[in-house]
Ligand binder design. Structure first.
Ligand code: PRX
Length: 673
């Protein structure tokens, strides 16, 4: 039986105690959430503190009809609150002061574990908020954060939220150039960083940026200020007086209290850059009230988090998954989480399982690429540890192949856990299509059903809605509170852009009723609905790549490659990879009279690593004396994708300006490819 035909019922022990205990119950709430979103989400809002309460009449106002004006979505207009207050002060007031908010597990197992209670976290956040204020940071200012997975990271984020500054986190795996580009784009007034991070055996130096940072606060992490059982790095890091300040010195004399800034419901909370297919990173903006409601609700329901549970999300806080499901969602629920600095492979391939055992983790959330990488070592490393506390296993970042799903289910979950394959994006703020642990019978590889408030619609090539079974363009026709703010995304521009990028979608989009909003901007999706109504994300319709869950555009990498003085042109395509999901396969046309040699290959790899980050390293760089182009000059990428996998079944190439080039490219495939 093909895997997708098998259905796995939730463990009755989980269903019994779950917030949503049956599929019927899910359907009932789901229908309510679509029929009356304002009523549904205002019930959710009651648990939080609103300095100015929402006017029920204005709980949700939106326009998806372009002919009636610009697209806009406003949740709780007129209400005011503060995210940090809701995540920390409110929980402390409700008696959770002594509860651990975060356990910190360092890269090395002998590094000291640190635990921060809600009370202590609140104090640290207030002290750092006062540091920011002393450095002139005010409501609305942008603050960039470039940090490893240490507790100072959520402290810095929440301190920004407390004073109404907008944080813009750049994943520490990005290069200093990528950081500089993003800081410039968001006009950051200050940077918070660390001297470095530990990754397995080696320290990684973060503070090497030579660009125009105006002010910089630096956590001493490699060189520990507090006693540390490990050898720490003694090396001096680059330092500029009157620009750079040590975190610990700044914190010394600060008050552990700071009055929160009350923010309007639609005031910005944070910006986060994601890949747009233009090659330039796109700043996604999330606002205050809606994001709080959605992060809190998806966390609670999708992970079925109950008091006493210990939750661990392995995602880096530098990605949206870390924002919503390491910081905002868990803290909004008064949860206890683990933050882990290291890698799944250090000091052994059982590290994840040992951390789950050590903290008695009940909900574990990771990416398919990690599961596939760990599957290779078999069950041995898993059996060394007691994983019996686990209830819910999450997956995010890319489609999980049924083989990895089954391994996760069988060997990690011992066939007792629910697997939640959560489909969502930076722009969606939180999960949009996902099973619920106690309610949804699971199909390996299917993200299953929409979350509350989310109304996915499939459109065929003619823009007609596919009601039952079928495959088509995935759009959303109702707003949910996690939607990003249209302000930064400028939906109409993206809509237009999409039409250019994806000609095959244009008929569909042209006919789409104006009431349908395409949430997916650049990273446009296709999905299939099966006979049982389950949704399967089938792929993208544009030129994006997803390497180990890191989304990037081919254009982004191409623009770096073509900067090399010896390169005339480049084209990057995605190739399936057994562990990373996808990898980069690059075609390079050298300039006239230039040779394609090993030096060029290593130069290009180095450039990509430096300009974007190590995760974007190409797997293959191939010599392409020419690229397969149509007469209008458009590169036929589907042909390149076939060459990358050595599949001669290239289809119709008659519209190519020079058909010979295809054969030549097959002949030029490097041996190692
Ligand atoms: O391609 C989809 C993939 O990740 C993209 C979004 O990337 P980003 O904005 O960086 O956010 C990643 C974390 C939410 C999507 O367009 N993706 C994410 N989760 C899944 C997925 N594809 C299939 N199934 C998933 N569960």
């Amino acid at each position: 039986m093909p895997a997708e035909k098998s259905i796995y019922d939730p463990n009755p022990a989980i269903s019994q105690n779950a917030y949503i205990s049956s599929f019927e119950e899910y359907q009932k709430f789901y229908q309510e959430s679509l029929d009356n979103p304002a009523e549904f989400w205002s019930r959710v809002a009651k648990q939080f503190h609103w300095e100015t309460p929402a006017d029920p009449e204005k709980f949700l106002k939106y326009n998806f009809n372009i002919s009636k004006g610009p697209i806009s979505i406003k949740w709780m207009e007129g209400a005011s609150t503060n995210l940090c207050y809701n995540l920390l002060d409110r929980n402390v007031r409700n008696g959770l002061g002594d509860q651990i908010a975060y356990y910190w597990e360092g890269n090395h197992p002998d590094d000291y574990s640190r635990g921060l209670t809600y009370r202590k976290l609140l104090e640290e956040v207030c002290r750092f908020a006062n540091v920011l204020k002393d450095h002139g940071i005010r409501k609305g200012d942008r603050v960039s954060i470039y940090m490893p997975m240490i507790l100072e990271l959520p402290i810095a984020m929440l301190a920004c939220a407390r004073i109404g500054a907008v944080h813009s986190i750049v994943f520490a795996g990005f290069s200093p150039d990528s950081l500089a580009e993003r800081m410039f784009d968001c006009k950051a007034k200050l940077l918070i960083t660390a001297d470095g991070a530990w990754r397995g055996e080696k320290p990684l130096y973060l503070k090497e940026m030579g660009h125009s940072v105006k002010k910089c606060i630096v956590v001493s992490h490699l060189k520990r200020v507090t006693p540390c059982p490990l050898d720490h790095v003694e090396e001096e890091i680059p330092w500029t007086d009157d620009r750079d300040y040590w975190w610990h010195e700044e914190m010394e004399d600060k008050e552990p209290a700071c009055y929160p800034e009350w923010m309007d419901a639609e005031d910005p909370l944070f910006m986060l850059y994601t890949s747009g297919s233009t090659g330039k990173p796109k700043g996604v903006l999330h606002t205050t009230a809606g994001y709080l409601l959605y992060a809190a609700t998806t966390f609670k329901i999708v992970f079925d988090y109950k008091p006493g549970d210990i939750y661990w999300c392995t995602a880096d806080v530098g990605w949206i998954t870390g924002h919503t499901y390491v910081v905002y969602g868990p803290l909004a629920n008064g949860a206890t989480s683990v933050i882990f600095e290291g890698t799944p492979f250090f000091p052994g391939n059982d590290r994840y399982w040992s951390v789950i055992d050590k903290y008695k983790v009940t909900q574990f959330y990771t990416a398919p690429t990690a599961i596939r990488a760990l599957m290779k070592f078999g069950e041995g490393p898993v059996l060394k540890h007691n994983l019996s506390g686990l209830k819910v296993l999450g997956s995010v970042g890319e489609p999980i192949n049924p083989e990895a799903w089954l391994w996760y289910y069988k060997y990690i979950g011992k066939e007792q856990c629910s697997i939640v394959d959560t489909f969502w994006q930076t722009e969606t703020g939180g999960h949009v299509i996902t099973p619920l642990p106690g309610a949804t019978p699971m199909k390996p590889g299917s993200a299953s059903s929409p979350f509350f408030g989310v109304k996915p619609t499939l459109l065929d090539e003619c823009g007609i809605e596919i009601k039952g079974e079928g495959e088509g363009y995935l759009v959303f026709s109702q707003p949910w509170p996690g939607n990003d703010a249209p302000l930064y995304n400028n939906h109409e521009t993206f809509r237009g852009h999409l039409l250019l990028q994806v000609p095959q979608a244009s008929t569909a989009l042209a006919r789409v009723s104006h009431e349908v909003w395409t949430a997916f901007h650049c990273d446009f999706k296709r999905a299939r609905r099966d006979a049982d109504g389950y949704l399967w994300i089938t792929g993208r319709v544009d030129d994006m790549l997803n390497v180990s869950g890191h989304l990037m555009s081919t254009a982004e990498v191409e623009s770096v490659l073509t900067e090399h003085p010896r390169v005339a042109e480049s084209a990057v395509v995605s190739r399936p990879h057994p562990v990373k999901g996808e990898c980069l396969y690059c075609f390079i046309t050298p300039n006239e009279n230039e040779v394609f040699d090993q030096k060029l290959i290593s130069d290009l790899k180095k450039m990509v690593r430096e300009r974007i980050g190590p995760f974007a390293m190409p797997d293959v760089i191939q010599n392409a004396p020419g690229l397969p182009k149509t007469r209008s000059g458009k590169i036929m990428r589907r042909v390149l994708r076939k060459i990358a996998v050595n599949d001669r079944n290239v289809g119709d190439t008659s519209t190519l300006a020079d058909e010979q080039i295809v054969e030549q490219l097959f002949a030029n495939r490097p041996v190692e490819a």
